[in-house]
Structure formats: structure tokens, C-alpha cells
Design a protein around this ligand. Structure first.
Ligand code: GLN
Length: 245
């Protein structure tokens, strides 16, 4: 896991794609979010990468991918540095003010990660506790808005869970899939049921209806032809096997 975290802070990684090319479709992501995006060595891989690669293919364009901190993902499409923001991004009313979202490709949500020596009993228990989250995420918003307190911010779900293991926070809130990956093989850790229901979608700069149409068509296709389900199974297995190394 440490290897994954260290590699993930590398500023720029290519995903087995083309060199810098103005004609390419550029994806921006945050590669500490298995199985949606994570590093296989230096290569960014995962469900979101395959979705965006399929969009680039449909457009007949080359494909590039870069990883930045989660806070910088949406700003990168607003500024035009990237075309597609895909990082397990939850559709929220706030974000809709700044970007356009595709149709959702998965419905999921956040969960509480806890130590079995301090079992989680329900939301009331979180009040006044030290809660670890990845900065800029809907987990952060949950702590700020639903619990009315400041969270302890980390750069990745794995870093937040490392703080839980070290006793620096009492609970972690994170999206279920990276949370499951983090607790894999950790006998003292467990996750709660869903705390929220959230949809993931691809975010793009406002005012690009032609691009949005192609993205929506691609998502509909990969859902109906089984590609999305196949990627979910494959990348979940790969991320879990990397976790156990
Ligand atoms: N789904 C969460 C959000 O959109 C977390 C995404 C992430 O950390 N990559 O805020």
C-alpha cells in the first residue's frame, strides 16, 4: 500500500497512451482511488480510465491521462487543461454550478471506516470525534455540513485510513470502494453500511454539448454491452491484489 501512495504523489503519469498532443482527449484524475483509478507501477489504470479511453476511441482521438490532487481535478476542466474529469466524482448541486455532468455510470456512496475495538454504532456517535477524510470530497462535505465540524484532511483514502490505524483519528469517512480496498487484509478494521447515496459521473467544462452527447452515448453503451461490469470486476481484483503486496 505504501508503494501505491508514494507512486501516486508523482505529479504526472501517462496511461500507456500518446505523448503530449493537442489533438488528444485529456483525462484528469486523482489516482489514489481504487478500483476507479490507481497506479500499476507508473501507469494510471482503473474503471474511469477505461471509460475515458472508450470516449476518446469513439471520438477517434488519441488519449492522455494525468493525475493531480482531488481538489485540482474539477478546476483542470474548467481551465481547459483537460477535457474529461473522471475520478469517482459525485454529482452534486454545488459542482453543477461550475461543470456539466454526464449521465451517471454508477450509484454508490460513502461509508464509515472504523476499528473493531471502537465499533461504529450510528451517525450520532460521530459528533465531536476526529474524523479523517480525503480533502475536497463529499466525505469532507458530510463532516462539515451534516456533523457541523472540521474533519482531519488527508490526500487519499489510504492516508486517512493510515491515520485511523495510528490512532490519530477516531473514524474515517470515504467512498465505499476505496474504503473496501483499504480494509482488505486489515483484521482490526471494518466498514459501515452506506451513509449517503451518490452518483458518479464525468465532469466537463460547461458549454460543450457535442462532447457531452458522445460521453453519454459511450456510458450507455458500456453499461449495456457488459464492458463496465467487466472493468469493475477486473480492476477491483487487481487493486485488491496490489493492496496485499
Ligand atoms: N466521490 C467523492 C467525491 O466526489 C470522492 C471522489 C475521490 O476522492 N476521488 O467527492
Amino acid at each position: 500500500m505504501n508503494k501505491m501512495i508514494m507512486a501516486a504523489v508523482a505529479a504526472l503519469c501517462v496511461c500507456g497512451c500518446s505523448q503530449n498532443n493537442d489533438d488528444a482527449i485529456k483525462m484528469i484524475t486523482e489516482a489514489t482511488f481504487p478500483p476507479y483509478e490507481f497506479l500499476r507501477g507508473q501507469e494510471i489504470v482503473g474503471i474511469d480510465v477505461e471509460i475515458c479511453r472508450a470516449i476518446a476511441q469513439k471520438l477517434g482521438k488519441k488519449f492522455q491521462c494525468e493525475t493531480v490532487d482531488f481538489d485540482s481535478v474539477i478546476p483542470a476542466v474548467i481551465s481547459g487543461k483537460a477535457d474529461l474529469a473522471a475520478a469517482g466524482i459525485t454529482v452534486t448541486e454545488d459542482r453543477k454550478k461550475n461543470v456539466d455532468f454526464s449521465i451517471p455510470y454508477v450509484t454508490t456512496g460513502i461509508v464509515v471506516v472504523y476499528s473493531k475495538s471502537n465499533p461504529y454504532t450510528g451517525p450520532a456517535q460521530l459528533k465531536g470525534k476526529r474524523i479523517g477524510v480525503q480533502g475536497g470530497t463529499t466525505s469532507e462535505t458530510y463532516v462539515l455540513e451534516q456533523l457541523g465540524q472540521e474533519p482531519e484532511r488527508s490526500r487519499s483514502p489510504a492516508e486517512a485510513v493510515a491515520a485511523l490505524k495510528a490512532g490519530r483519528v477516531d473514524f474515517v469517512i470515504a467512498d465505499i470502494d476505496p474504503a473496501k480496498n483499504c480494509v482488505k487484509g486489515e483484521n482490526d478494521l471494518a466498514i459501515s453500511d452506506f451513509v449517503t447515496s451518490e452518483d458518479y459521473a464525468i465532469a466537463i467544462k460547461k458549454g460543450r454539448p457535442d462532447l457531452l452527447k458522445i460521453i453519454d452515448e459511450t456510458i450507455a453503451e458500456i453499461k449495456s454491452d457488459g464492458r463496465l461490469a467487466k472493468w469493475v470486476a477486473e480492476f477491483t481484483a487487481e487493486a485488491d491484489s496490489l493492496k496485499n503486496k
